[in-house]
Design a protein around this ligand. Structure first.
Ligand SMILES: NC(=O)C1=CN([C@@H]2O[C@H](COP(=O)(O)OP(=O)(O)OC[C@H]3O[C@@H](n4cnc5c(N)ncnc54)[C@H](OP(=O)(O)O)[C@@H]3O)[C@@H](O)[C@H]2O)C=CC1
Ligand SMILES: O=C1O[C@H](COP(=O)(O)O)[C@@H](O)[C@H](O)[C@H]1O
Length: 502
């Protein structure tokens, strides 16, 4: 989060990307770095070193990265082929992250560059590799004599952060035995999205909402992250993960924290993170015998898209034909504190759903009394604040208005704020914001160890209950292109609500 008004350029930075030859760097990291360069945010002295076992020369590596930019960057190559100016700052280091003996190559590179730049630089190690490689790489890095320097050495750890509470604790313990907490940047890319950061502005830069932002006025809150895509070739990963681990334990619980947190007294990283972790600490723990009442899972069945048959999840490549991995999850959470006691938070996510849509809907209570004549309120709907995170980026306030004419009738209408019409600026990608924050040493939008731990504690009873069920017939299914399994509808309707597909 850019806590200063205009970010100053970070100091000289040497960024090593373990997994430089991988998909994440190709699709997200280098495009983000290049956009930062185009916008003038990168340090004047800057180098990226991609690391992997594959064979590349510096030139062939740069060529591959340019392909990624042409395919995936919001700006492509940009004006005047500035890639030709930027790409000499990129090089490739062929090494195996598990081979401790080769880490002197990193030490050599740091010393060379610092000698050339005339002083110490920020050194960032981005772990864009499978999670099982992270402990070994972190251990090997920590042997380098400069890695204890808290002021200028940082490591960035990609998701998934652990597979469950125990493995997350082990990973945190390992990292914290080698690096200080302030050196560890645990990425949750949702927190880098503009519309997610705007939740803080919406809530804490306005007086309008705060008086009614509590259980007295808010009847329920829904958080949805619906995707139309399926596995996109990540069957091997997803089969070990599932919707609850992949999206709810991290992204959606982080969003919930931003919606539910108390006002911070400052924008200091730990102040924001303390307020967020307070929400997690207050969340009602789910007893094993309550799981079926508050959580629903599902798997997509076979379907059709654009006139072509699509396979059921269990027929996807890399997926067990009797898989018990959920591609949809919906959970009812409660936050037991003064502000939110009794207000349910309905959270859901899934693959192959009807729409790509991440949206937060705050539904307010009805007025205590409607004095209008009978029939006038037939079209009445709840007052709602609908916060669209993506792909639409807008905030809508739904309220009632009198329909013009001599008959007294009220209809729901909306006021809308839309990023595209209100602001001329382009939206930076989440990874642009997050990479700039790492370079600037601002951890506000990154997860602290205690946040990760609490989030795992909250979902573990559900994961344990689901893991204990090995009967393939017990997994609810849903039609691709729908809004999920009927069981999810039943869960929310039993409580007197319905899913809002806004
Ligand atoms: N791709 C995405 O969109 C997203 C990915 N992530 C996370 O980012 C991380 C990377 O994902 P992704 O890029 O998709 O994975 P890939 O499988 O595409 O890339 C893995 C990378 O790890 C490198 N690697 C593997 N073994 C070693 C080793 N022993 N030493 C050095 N490098 C090694 C590979 O390089 P080589 O084979 O050359 O050694 C490759 O560059 C994962 O944790 C993933 O969960 C998170 C969110 C989104
Ligand atoms: O972390 C992940 O997020 C993506 C969805 O991200 P978005 O920015 O497109 O909403 C999801 O597809 C993926 O499974 C998950 O690992």
């Amino acid at each position: 989060m850019t806590s200063t008004v205009t970010p100053t350029r970070p100091p000289a930075t040497l960024l090593f990307i373990f997994g430089g030859s991988g998909d994440l760097n190709f699709r997200k990291l280098t495009p983000a770095l290049y956009n930062l360069f185009l916008d003038g945010y990168l340090p004047e002295k800057f180098e990226v070193v991609g690391i992997g076992r594959s064979t590349y020369t510096d030139d062939s590596f740069r060529e591959r990265l340019l392909e990624g930019i042409e395919s995936f960057s919001r700006r492509k190559n940009g004006p005047d082929n500035l890639w030709a100016t930027f790409s000499p700052n990129i090089s490739y280091l062929q090494m195996d992250g598990g081979d401790a003996a080769s880490y002197h190559l990193i030490g050599d590179r740091v010393r060379e560059r610092e000698a050339e730049w005339g002083g110490p630089a920020n050194i960032i190690f981005y772990m864009s590799v499978a999670p099982q490689l992270v402990p070994g790489i972190a251990t090997n890095l920590s042997q380098l004599d400069f890695c204890g320097d808290k002021n200028r050495v940082r490591i960035v750890v990609e998701k998934p952060f652990g597979h469950d509470l125990n493995s997350a604790r082990e990973l945190n313990a390992l990292l914290l035995s080698r690096f200080a907490e302030e050196q560890i940047y645990r990425i949750d890319h949702y927190l880098g999205k503009e519309t997610v950061q705007n939740l803080l502005a919406l809530r804490f830069a306005n007086t309008l909402f705060e008086p009614i932002w509590n259980h007295n006025y808010v009847e329920s809150i829904q958080l949805t992250a619906a995707e139309t895509v399926g596995l996109e070739g990540r069957g091997g990963y997803y089969e070990q993960s599932g919707a609850l681990r992949d999206m709810i334990q991290n992204h959606l619980l982080q969003l919930l924290c931003m919606v539910a947190m108390e006002p911070p007294t400052s924008f200091e990283a730990d102040e924001i993170r303390n307020k967020k972790v307070d929400v997690l600490l207050a969340m009602r723990r789910i007893a094993p015998d309550q799981v079926d009442q508050v959580a629903v899972r599902g798997q997509y069945g076979a379907g059709e898209k654009d006139g072509k048959a699509t396979p059921a999840y269990r027929q996807e490549e890399g997926v067990n034909p009797e898989s018990m991995t959920e591609t949809y999850a919906a959970v009812t959470f409660f936050c037991d504190n003064w502000r939110w006691e009794g207000t349910p938070f309905y959270v859901r996510t899934g693959k192959h759903l009807a729409e790509k849509s991440s949206v937060i809907t705050v539904q307010f209570r009805p007025a205590p009394h409607y004095a209008f004549p009978k029939g006038a309120t037939e079209s009445w709907q709840h007052n709602c604040l609908i916060i669209s995170i993506q792909p639409d980026m807008n905030i809508r306030l739904r309220f009632q208005a009198k329909r013009p004419g001599q008959t007294l009738a009220i209809d729901p209408v909306e006021m809308e704020f839309n990023y595209n019409t209100s602001f001329a600026e382009q939206q930076p990608e989440a990874y642009e914001t997050l990479l700039l924050d790492v370079m600037a040493g601002d951890p506000t939008l990154f997860m602290r160890a205690d946040q990760v731990d609490e989030a795992w504690q909250i979902v573990m009873p559900i994961l344990d209950k689901w893991a204990a069920d090995s009967n393939p017939a017990s997994m609810p299914t849903y039609v691709p292109g729908s809004w999920g399994p009927d069981e999810a509808t039943a869960m929310i309707e039993k409580a007197g609500f319905s899913w809002l597909n806004e």
